[in-house]
Design a protein around this ligand. Structure first.
Ligand SMILES: Cc1cc2nc3c(=O)[nH]c(=O)nc-3n(C[C@H](O)[C@H](O)[C@H](O)COP(=O)(O)OP(=O)(O)OC[C@H]3O[C@@H](n4cnc5c(N)ncnc54)[C@H](O)[C@@H]3O)c2cc1C
Length: 445
C-alpha cells in the first residue's frame, strides 16, 4: 500500500499500486477480481486515475515502429509526450495535439482525449489516432480504430480508462522545419476584447490566452493572448538557431522542493502576481521567435509547481460553454468568479472548434480553466458555477475534476447514459475498471 494522488494533491489516498512491463504481466494482474484503474503519469488533477487498486503504465513504454515518410508512430501507452518530443523533434516531427504539459502518457492523452492550443484547427488527440490495442477486463485484446470496432474505439477515446487498458496506439506526427514557434502576443483590456481577438485569430494554428480572474469592473477579463505557428527555417533570425534549427533550447529546470504553507497563497499575493504578469507584457501586438518548450510548456520549467498550493491541495475548475452562449455566459460566470475573489493566478481561456467525440469534453465554444486551492468557500462557489455552466449548455472536464456530482455529469454530457450502459456491459466479470471519479459521478456502481 502507498499514498498516491493526482496532480492537484486532492484527494490523497492509500492504494495497492503496482506496474507491468508486458501484456502477460498485465493479463495476470487483471485475473485478480475487484476494481482496478490505470494510472499514467498522474497529471489529471483529481481522482480519475485513483482507486484502491492502481496499475501504473509508465514502465510499458517502448517505441514500436515509425515510418519516416508518413510520420506514423506506434508506441506503447506508457510513453510520455516528452519522450516522443525528445526523439522526434530533432528529426523534424511534432505532436499533432499537445496539452499544456508534456509529462502525460499516450494512454492518458487518449483516455482524456486531451486538447491543445489548436483544437479549433486540429481537434483533440483522439481524432489523430489511426488505431490502438486495448486490453479488456477478461485479458482479451481489442484492436480498434475509427473504422474497426468503432463503438469500442469511441468509448475508449475520452473514456477515462473505463473500457480497458490502452496498450499501444498508432498516430501521425506532423512535419516541422524547426523547433521554434513564430509567436505573437496581444494584450487586451477586458473579456470582450479578448473574445474579439479569438474570433479574429481563427487562421492561427495555435492560440490561447492567459486571463486575469481577480480584476473587477471594466477591466474584468483583461488578458494576454499567445498565438503561434511552427517557424520555418526562413523565419529564424538568430544565427545559432539557423545552424541547428531542430535543436530546442533545454531551459533551466527549477523545482519547488516542499509544500508551501497555506498562507503563502492569499488574495493579495495572487493579485500582486496578476498585476505584475499583465503589466510585464507591453500593450499592443508583439512578435518573437521562441523555442517550442517555452511556447507550449511554460509550466513544465518548474517541476512540482503543484506544491505551491500546500498540503490541502487544489483543483482546476475547467468548463466549456457553447459558442452561442459564449459572450453572455463567459461574462456572467467570470463576474461570479471575480466577485468571489477566490480565483487564482493561473487561468487559461481557449476557443474550441467542432468536436465529434462520443464522451469527450470539447464542444464548439469557449473553455476557461482556473486553479483554486481547496477550501470550503471554493466548494460552495463551484456549486453555483456548476448550475450556471449547465444552464448555458456547457460541461466540466473530467481530467480536471475531483468534486462534480452524478447529476451534473448526467445533465451535461449528452451521451452519459449510453456511456454508463456500455461500461456496465464491458465490466461484466469479476474484474472491473472503475475509479473514484467514475463512482462519484455515477458511471460505475
Ligand atoms: C500543467 C498541466 C497542464 C495541462 N494542460 C492540459 C491541456 O492543455 N489540455 C488537456 O486536455 N489536458 C491538460 N492537462 C490534463 C492532462 O493532459 C490529462 O489529465 C491527461 O489525461 C494526463 O495524462 P496522464 O498520463 O498523467 O494520465 P493520468 O492522469 O494518470 O490518468 C488520466 C486518465 O487516463 C486513464 N489512463 C491513463 N493511462 C491509461 C491507459 N494506458 N489505458 C487506459 N486508461 C488510461 C486513467 O485511468 C485516467 O482516467 C494538463 C495537466 C497539467 C498538470
Amino acid at each position: 500500500m502507498r499514498r498516491i494522488s493526482d496532480w492537484g494533491n486532492f484527494p490523497v489516498i492509500e492504494a495497492d499500486v503496482s506496474g507491468f512491463e508486458s501484456t502477460e504481466q498485465l493479463r495476470k494482474k487483471l485475473e485478480i477480481p475487484g476494481e482496478v484503474i490505470a494510472y499514467g503519469n498522474g497529471r489529471s488533477y483529481g481522482d480519475s486515475s485513483l482507486q484502491e487498486r492502481i496499475l501504473l503504465t509508465r514502465r510499458f513504454n517502448k517505441f514500436l515502429s515509425f515510418d519516416d515518410k508518413t510520420g506514423e508512430l506506434c508506441c506503447q501507452a506508457g510513453v510520455l509526450l516528452a519522450e516522443i518530443l525528445a526523439v522526434f523533434v530533432p528529426r523534424g516531427w511534432f505532436l499533432p495535439v499537445t496539452p499544456g504539459t508534456k509529462f502525460v502518457t499516450i494512454g492518458g492523452a487518449i483516455a482524456a482525449d486531451v486538447h491543445g492550443k489548436n483544437h479549433h484547427v486540429d481537434g483533440s488527440f483522439g481524432q489523430h489516432i489511426l488505431s490502438m490495442d486495448v486490453m479488456r477486463n477478461d485479458g482479451t485484446v481489442v484492436t480498434c480504430s475509427p473504422t474497426e470496432n468503432a463503438d469500442f474505439f469511441n468509448i475508449t477515446v475520452g473514456g477515462m480508462g473505463l473500457s480497458g487498458i490502452i496498450l499501444n496506439a498508432t498516430f501521425k506526427l506532423k512535419p516541422i522545419e524547426t523547433a521554434y514557434i513564430r509567436k505573437e502576443t496581444v494584450r487586451t483590456n477586458n473579456l470582450n476584447e479578448i473574445m474579439d481577438c479569438f474570433e479574429a485569430s481563427d487562421n492561427w494554428t495555435y492560440s490561447m490566452a492567459w486571463i486575469d480572474c481577480l480584476t473587477k469592473g471594466d477591466a474584468m477579463g483583461r488578458s494576454i493572448m499567445m498565438r503561434g505557428e511552427h517557424a520555418s527555417t526562413d523565419d529564424l533570425l538568430n544565427q545559432a538557431h539557423k545552424e541547428t534549427p531542430l535543436k530546442a533550447k533545454k531551459g533551466i529546470a527549477l523545482g519547488v522542493p516542499f509544500n508551501f504553507p497555506n498562507f503563502v497563497l492569499n488574495p493579495l499575493s495572487m493579485k500582486a502576481f496578476n498585476f505584475a504578469y499583465y503589466n510585464k507584457c507591453p500593450a499592443g501586438i508583439h512578435q518573437a521567435i521562441v523555442d517550442y518548450n517555452s511556447f507550449f510548456y511554460p509550466l513544465d520549467a518548474i517541476s512540482d509547481w503543484n506544491r505551491i498550493y500546500g498540503k490541502r491541495g487544489f483543483t482546476q475548475y475547467q468548463f466549456v460553454i457553447p459558442k452561442e452562449a459564449g459572450r453572455e455566459g463567459m461574462n456572467k460566470i467570470l463576474k461570479k468568479i471575480t466577485d468571489s475573489g477566490l480565483g487564482s493566478f493561473l487561468a487559461v481561456l481557449k476557443k474550441f472548434g467542432k468536436q465529434q467525440g462520443f464522451i469527450s469534453f470539447p464542444m464548439a465554444g469557449y473553455t476557461l480553466a482556473l486553479d483554486f486551492p481547496i477550501t470550503l468557500k471554493a466548494m460552495e462557489l463551484f456549486k453555483e458555477l456548476d448550475a450556471m455552466v449547465a444552464d448555458y449548455g456547457g460541461r466540466l472536464y473530467l481530467a480536471k475534476d475531483s468534486r462534480m456530482n452524478a447529476e451534473m455529469f448526467g445533465r451535461t454530457y449528452p451521451n452519459a447514459d449510453e456511456f454508463r450502459q456500455a461500461i456496465a456491459m464491458l465490466n461484466e466479470g469479476e474484474t472491473k475498471f472503475a475509479s473514484l471519479q467514475s463512482r462519484r459521478i455515477g458511471i460505475t456502481a
